[in-house]
Design a protein around this ligand. Structure first.
Ligand SMILES: [Zn+2]
Length: 387
């Protein structure tokens, strides 16, 4: 089983499926499914519902037989093979006819669901909230600690390259012989030298690990002095909020916990900004598509930089099997580009998300603004276009 690394959605989006396949998701929230029996009940109800849907769906005989076997395979994986420890959810993609079986651990919770469609449901694999790559630095007068992005949206500590003994911030053990004022000045100069060294190492780390946000913590007056020492590129990505953490004793887990309210806020801000951009399109601004027809057309032109979706937006439609242009259910006849007969889709949402991933667009789900009238104003979906 692989982790939810950034290449999984892209890889699955690129696969061409000529047959219906299974996308299955299982909620492994320890609060709700702590016991094996609770989880088994959940899995059984998921499989029962899928069986019923399979019976109801118009399918050719080979697809029906093959999907029945796929359901058994997914069921047996979830009940007997899955190691659920340390994961919040799992996604399974399966199609015997396409020789595909892939299980992916999710670092976040997912609603249990099982979908049978020719297009995989990739939404639960979408990457963590922007900014994606955050570096945390804890700094005080004598020490610095760096936390850089690691696998599965975690952080790893990077050691501070300590200064030479000669350059060490001088403490009480220092020899006398100078005036008190000189001594104080010399101490402060040493602190500045320490902050400058930390700033230089941080600059290298941020570049190396391509961080797009910097969060600082430590005594406020030291953080302010440290910001003054930072390269302008770094100053531009410093978050206005500081972490109230002890520089000496905080663990990686404590740093990640302190970061999570900030991540929630960034996520909301990114959604809000995307929504405001869409609304500007209603006032005649260029570079925006709103509503499903305009959005499908923009996806077809591969012009989408960000696909923006209400959390519940979906519609029936169709896809051209040759050029992959998507159409609403209102569209009559074949593909406008090549005349091919269209393939019916129950859910355009998954197809739009796959199309966005294929053109390297961001997908912004407005999950924190589900009930806002602004989403209805843009008919639940839109796109911010490339220039
Ligand atoms: Zn076509």
């Amino acid at each position: 089983m692989s982790g939810a690394t950034s290449d999984a959605p892209r890889r699955l989006a690129e696969l061409e499926f000529n047959h219906p396949m299974i996308s299955a998701f299982l909620d492994l929230d320890p609060g709700r499914f702590a016991t094996g029996s609770a989880r088994t009940t959940e899995i059984n109800s998921l499989l029962d519902q899928a069986q019923q849907r399979l019976h109801a769906q118009p399918l050719d005989h080979r697809d029906r037989v093959s999907l029945g076997q796929d359901l058994q395979r997914v069921g047996s994986y979830l009940t007997t093979e899955l190691d659920a420890s340390g994961t919040h959810g799992v996604a399974v993609y399966c199609s015997g006819r396409e020789a595909l079986f892939e299980a992916i651990r999710l670092p976040h919770q997912v609603a249990s669901d099982l979908v049978i469609e020719p297009i995989p449901v990739l939404e639960p694999l979408l990457p963590a909230p922007v900014p994606a790559r955050v570096c945390v630095t804890l700094i005080n007068r004598r020490d610095a600690r760096f936390f850089i992005p690691a696998d599965e949206s975690g952080l790893a500590e990077q050691a501070f390259a300590q200064q030479d003994e000669h350059d060490r911030v001088r403490g009480q053990h220092r020899q006398g012989g100078r005036s008190e004022a000189n001594y104080e000045r010399s101490i402060e100069a040493d602190v500045d030298a320490h902050l400058r060294r930390a700033a230089e190492q941080l600059f290298r780390l941020v570049r190396l690990h391509r961080c797009d946000r910097l969060v600082l913590g430590g005594p406020h007056e030291v953080v302010i002095r440290f910001i003054n020492q930072l390269h302008p590129e770094l100053r531009a990505i410093v978050d206005e909020r500081e972490l109230a953490l002890d520089v000496g004793t905080s663990s990686v887990v404590e740093v990640m916990d302190a970061l999570s309210p900030l991540q929630k806020r960034w996520h909301e801000m990114a959604q809000w900004q995307a929504l405001q951009q869409l609304l500007s399109g209603l006032e005649g601004r260029q570079g925006i598509a709103t509503g499903i027809s305009e959005t499908l057309a923009a996806l077809g032109r591969r012009q989408v930089a960000s696909l923006v979706l209400g959390p519940h937006m979906d519609a029936e439609g169709s896809v051209c099997p040759r050029c992959e242009q998507l159409y609403t259910a209102e569209h009559a006849g074949g593909c406008e580009a090549d005349g091919s007969e269209l393939q019916q889709l129950h859910g355009l949402r998954s197809a739009m998300i796959r199309s966005a991933i294929r053109q390297d667009a961001d997908v912004v789900v407005l999950q924190d603004f589900a009930d806002r009238p602004e989403i209805a104003a843009v008919a639940g979906v839109g796109a911010i276009l490339r220039y």
